[in-house]
Design a protein around this ligand. Sequence first.
Ligand code: NAD
Length: 269
Amino acid sequence: MTDHAIALSDGRRMPRLGFGLWQVRDAAGVTREALRLGYRLADGAALYGNEEGLGEGVRRSGLPRDEVWVTTKVWNDRHDDAGAALDESLARLGMDHVDLALIHWPCPRQDRFVVAWEALIRAREAGKALSIGVSNFREPDLDRLVAETGVVPVVNQVELHPDLPQAALRARHAALGIATQGWTPLGQGRRFADPAVRDAARRTGATPAQVVLAWQLALGSAPIPRSEDPGRLAENLGAAAVALRPEEVEAIGAGASGRRTGPDPSTLG
Ligand code: NAD
């Protein structure tokens, strides 16, 4: 059993296990159902085109706004006007602030992420984002943000699953006090049939998806699995109660191929 929240370097506590909204058509319905099941973190983005539904789902849940963690992200074509992009997200969400605003990708060829970061720093000062962080940032990108602004992101949301455990990046995060959040945590199910995953599933009575998520929780990462199906949403949330043994955690990571499911941050944008 892992702690249900991560203490961020800005003093706030972020729910460890959340749900993602990429490609979710009925964002209002999925958000409401996820919150009913007990999730408290919604991972959205301007790119996903469903911020209106996310905001609607939070309102329809009946939960006080401060009990739900809402994340959004500034897309790659808005690094030069990230403040305006965040304002547009807030308007679509129908909210006066988000809990976490992220720069979605560093886009090293554009080389404008420091400007975007300065805008997010101002947005935090204005109370529009209670915490600010980044996504898909590589070690040198993080170093540059810190060197040029002195402000360390509280979160770096990166691709993380049993084929891509991100050990070096996680170590760097730990040294800088950055929380690791993991996208595509189910890794397209590529490793569900692995002996290490199946053995742990058999011993704990959990499903392979739960074992893969529990492995990430054991590493200290914060996974944000996506499903539109209430049964799978509940299954994924149940991963928080699955306790893996250290040797199981090691065995699951040992088979990592290093193969990504998504773009390489060095070349995107
Ligand atoms: P995921 O690992 O959550 O997998 C989603 C897929 O797995 C879907 O096809 C779903 O139907 C299936 N699935 C869900 N639960 C299952 C279960 N219990 N058993 C079997 N299959 C199951 O992948 P994802 O959506 O790519 O990533 C999750 C979230 O991460 C996204 O929704 C988004 O919020 C975020 N994300 C962020 C970035 C980024 O650049 N920051 C990139 C990709 C995704």
